[in-house]
Design a protein around this ligand. Structure first.
Ligand SMILES: Nc1ncnc2c1ncn2[C@@H]1O[C@H](COP(=O)(O)OP(=O)(O)OP(=O)(O)O)[C@@H](O)[C@H]1O
Length: 270
């Protein structure tokens, strides 16, 4: 039987007194690849932050690997790629330094990098296509390249559970394909992956399950519906499992414009 890696019950979050997540129930099993979808502002990033302990809950409970979040200490089992490139962070770090920080929790405290660490860092840099920029300052990179540095940092840690918040925003198609390959390798090793995305593009074949948020609630939870964000018609669907076919039909009837999987999203100026 598959074990449950993430379990959230009755999870509610408010920001500035405004409810942003309203009673989310989600269970994600070992090895699942889940796409978290929904319109802008539906609460996707907030859910990821709540599940990783970065956002306090108003009500509810989260367990990671069966351990309540408040008592969870195995941070090296987690990887997190945040939404906005913040790799530079005002610190004059090189690409290599930022990516090697992804190994911090994997190696003995205060010890130099071992060859196994260097190999993981080099591999991660290669996957995101930045191996020839290793010595450059992160601040000299474009926003999209900085995003790739953060992806490499997470991959270098070889996490068992990886959260990625819109990892392909501002990343060109060739690198989206490379990212898909990297995530496939991670998935093949048994990792559980939760990905926030508007468009799946080359990642689509990896997705086992889609969870769609609408206005802070789960509007759909089941088989993936296709590449693109969810049409309005799905927004009112009750939280339900295994309705993929009906919903796919609804999508065909009401949303004839299907975005090509090859569409890549231009970098967002936010
Ligand atoms: N730090 C914050 N301060 C104030 N409001 C916030 C903050 N973070 C999120 N919110 C609000 O919470 C709601 C959900 O935001 P969230 O970023 O989780 O949505 P999202 O689904 O990830 O959106 P997007 O697709 O635009 O990234 C939005 O209305 C947003 O304005």
């Amino acid at each position: 039987m598959l074990s449950t890696v993430i379990e959230a019950r009755g999870l509610s979050v408010s920001i500035g007194g405004r409810p942003v997540l309203r009673g989310i129930d989600v269970a994600i099993s070992d090895g699942e690849f889940v796409a978290l979808m929904g319109a802008n502002g539906s609460g996707k990033s907030t859910l990821v932050r709540a599940l990783t302990g970065l956002r306090p809950l108003i009500t509810g409970e989260v367990r990671l690997f069966g351990v309540p979040l408040g008592r969870f200490r195995d941070r090296q089992r987690l990887g997190f790629v945040p939404q906005r490139p913040s790799a530079a962070g005002g610190v004059p770090a090189s690409v290599w330094e930022v990516v090697s920080s992804g190994r911090l929790t994997r190696r003995p405290f205060l010890r130099p990098l071992r060859s196994i660490d260097r190999a993981a860092i080099r591999n991660a840099l290669e996957i995101v296509g930045l191996e020839d920029r290793a010595g450059d300052g992160v601040a000299t990179l474009s926003g999209g390249q900085q995003q790739r540095v953060l992806i490499a940092r997470a991959l270098a840690g070889e996490p068992e559970l990886l959260f990625l918040d819109e990892p392909t925003a501002g990343v060109d198609l060739a690198n989206q394909v490379a990212l898909a390959e990297a995530l496939r390798q991670l998935k093949d090793k048994g990792a559980t992956i939760v990905l926030v995305a508007h468009e799946l593009g080359p990642l689509a074949p990896l997705v086992d399950r889609a969870i769609v948020l609408r206005d802070g609630r789960v509007a759909y939870d089941g088989p993936p519906l296709g590449d693109h964000a969810v049409p309005e018609t799905l927004g009112g669907e009750p939280h339900t499992h295994h309705h993929g076919h009906e919903l796919l039909q609804a999508r065909r009837q009401h949303a004839p414009q299907v975005t090509s999987p090859l569409d890549s999203r231009p970098e967002e100026g936010r």
